[in-house]
Design a binder for this molecule. Structure first.
Ligand code: NDP
Ligand code: 2IT
Length: 451
């Protein structure tokens, strides 16, 4: 008989802490999941005996490498690159690449861990991975970005593949960077395969991939509101970030009748009490992505709006909050303020934007609170559909993809209802998402034995 290891949650977390020193983001992500999984597996001997959570919380591998490139002045620059392959029990590793100076092993391990559950929730055959570099794209010329991407791929190519590991974009990595990396992969290997997603439409990209994360987060929100007999019509919505996820989330809110009053970037946030219309969102997209400008400039363009330097938007009264910038951007005190001001729903476009204290505040207040691994899964879901289209060597129509995205988000919502409904009827979406994602990966791992 197997020797079972019935450690309790504090002992389990003590081990995670000890094995991952100086990796606070990773430990935080594991803790948030373990809180729910421990109660779920209490009476499930096999999950204990086979140490399933312990194994999911230990990446299959972490690849770290040097990335050298030359800047426009001829200086040699040295960056660090990583790919964290967390778990491939249900499909090839899948997850984005992040280029940001804050990237380190802890951040990428937390993202790859979260991705494992998120990808399982989509119902598509994708394992969890994440990668990136501490390269800062801000202030770099397009040629510098190209040279960096080529150098990054010159090492990464040997670790990825259409049936092995399929990276995509994340913070600082959009269609342009994916194009540079795909070009370099093809040049080195000679293979035209679906090795990256988020590609341009001309060379195997999928329609609606750019919109999918933000739109999906709002579809998930609409599903939650519907459970309470409500919709977005007339709701005031506070959004953080002004990148890919934030601008598309804002766009979908406006299309569904809500009023978006804030956007932000790492400098601060803008508050536009008149509402950020589709035309204004279009301006932000152009300004942030194509001109690489600051959100601060919005107030010169649109009178009536104010800029709040160094601040996050959570103090602005709202019905709904959509954190769409980065991890730990919404803290316990912010969560309390949102609840006090009457916020009834939070849908996370970003990964782990709410810290553990904030999660506990939302849970205790029993508001509609969707964690990133459920709410922002629309992006990777359409990436999964891009992989299918590449394998089939065909492209689906926009209307077909829109319907698939709607269905996938509804499916994730249903999974949360199945595993998150409390005895009094309240839905704990964090618990629902954690258990549903865990169960699928865990059952596959059980089938494989001890590997
Ligand atoms: P972008 O690079 O397009 O935009 C990032 C936005 O977040 C910018 O407004 C940026 O401001 C802001 N931001 C980044 N870092 C910080 C920081 N440390 N403090 C404050 N603001 C910050 O990235 P995405 O929109 O793609 O990603 C946003 C979030 O969504 C991330 O958490 C990502 O992991 C998550 N996500 C993305 C998916 C996708 O498909 N792209 C899928 C699922 C989740 P600034 O311009 O000043 O840097
Ligand atoms: O966090 C995420 O889900 C992403 N950055 C998207 C990953 C993907 O493979 O499309």
């Amino acid at each position: 008989m197997a020797v079972s290891d019935h450690v309790d949650l504090p002992t389990f977390m003590e081990g995670v802490n000890k094995r991952n020193p100086h990796q606070p983001e990773f430990v935080q992500a594991v803790q948030e999941v373990a809180e729910d999984i421990f109660s779920f597996i209490e009476d499930k001997e096999e999950y204990h005996a086979q140490q399933i959570l312990r194994r999911i919380a230990e990446p299959d591998r972490v690849v770290s490498f040097r990335v050298c490139w030359e800047d426009d002045n001829g200086n040699v620059r040295v960056q660090r690159g990583w790919r964290v392959q967390n778990n491939n029990a249900i499909g090839p590793y899948k997850g984005g690449l992040r280029f940001h100076p804050s990237v380190n092993e802890s951040v990428l391990k937390f993202l790859a861990f979260e991705q494992t559950f998120k990808n399982a929730l989509t119902g598509l055959p994708m394992g969890g991975g994440k990668g990136g570099s501490n390269f800062n794209p801000k202030g770099k010329s397009v040629r510098e970005i190209m040279r960096f991407c080529q150098s990054f791929m010159t090492e990464l190519y040997r670790h990825i593949g259409a049936d092995v590991d399929v990276p995509a974009g994340d913070i600082g990595v959009g269609a342009r960077e994916i194009g540079f990396m795909f070009g370099q992969y093809k040049r080195i290997t000679g293979h035209f395969t679906g090795v990256l997603t988020g590609k341009g439409l001309e060379y195997g990209g999928s329609l609606i991939r750019p919109e999918a994360t933000g739109y999906g987060a709002v579809y998930f929100l609409a599903n939650m509101l519907r459970e309470r007999g409500q919709d977005l019509q007339g709701k005031t919505v506070v959004v953080s970030g002004s990148g890919n996820v934030a601008t598309h989330a804002a766009e979908k809110v406006v299309q569904l009748g809500g009023k978006v009053v804030t956007l932000s970037d790492s400098g601060g946030f803008i508050h536009d009490p008149d509402g950020i219309t589709l035309e204004k969102i279009q301006w932000v997209k152009q300004h942030k992505t194509h001109r690489r400008g600051r959100i601060e400039d919005y107030v010169a363009e649109y009178t009536g709006a104010t800029y709040h330097e160094g601040k996050t938007p959570w103090g602005v009264p709202c019905d709904v909050a959509l954190p769409c910038a980065t991890q730990n951007e919404l803290l316990g005190e912010d969560a309390k303020l949102l609840v006090k001001n009457g916020c009834i729903a939070v849908s996370e476009g970003a990964n782990m934007p709410t810290d553990l204290a904030g999660v506990h505040v939302f849970k205790a207040a029993r508001i509609l609170y969707a964690p990133g691994k459920a709410a922002n899964a629309g992006g990777v879901a359409v990436s999964g559909l891009e992989m299918s289209q590449n394998s089939e060597r065909r492209a689906w129509k926009e209307s077909e993809l829109q319907q698939m995205l709607l269905d996938i988000m509804e499916g994730i919502h249903n999974s949360c209802l199945t595993y998150g409904r409390q005895p009094d009827g309240h839905i704990d979406y964090v618990k629902g998402a954690n258990i549903a994602g865990f169960k699928k990966v865990a059952d596959a791992m059980l089938a494989f034995g001890v590997v």
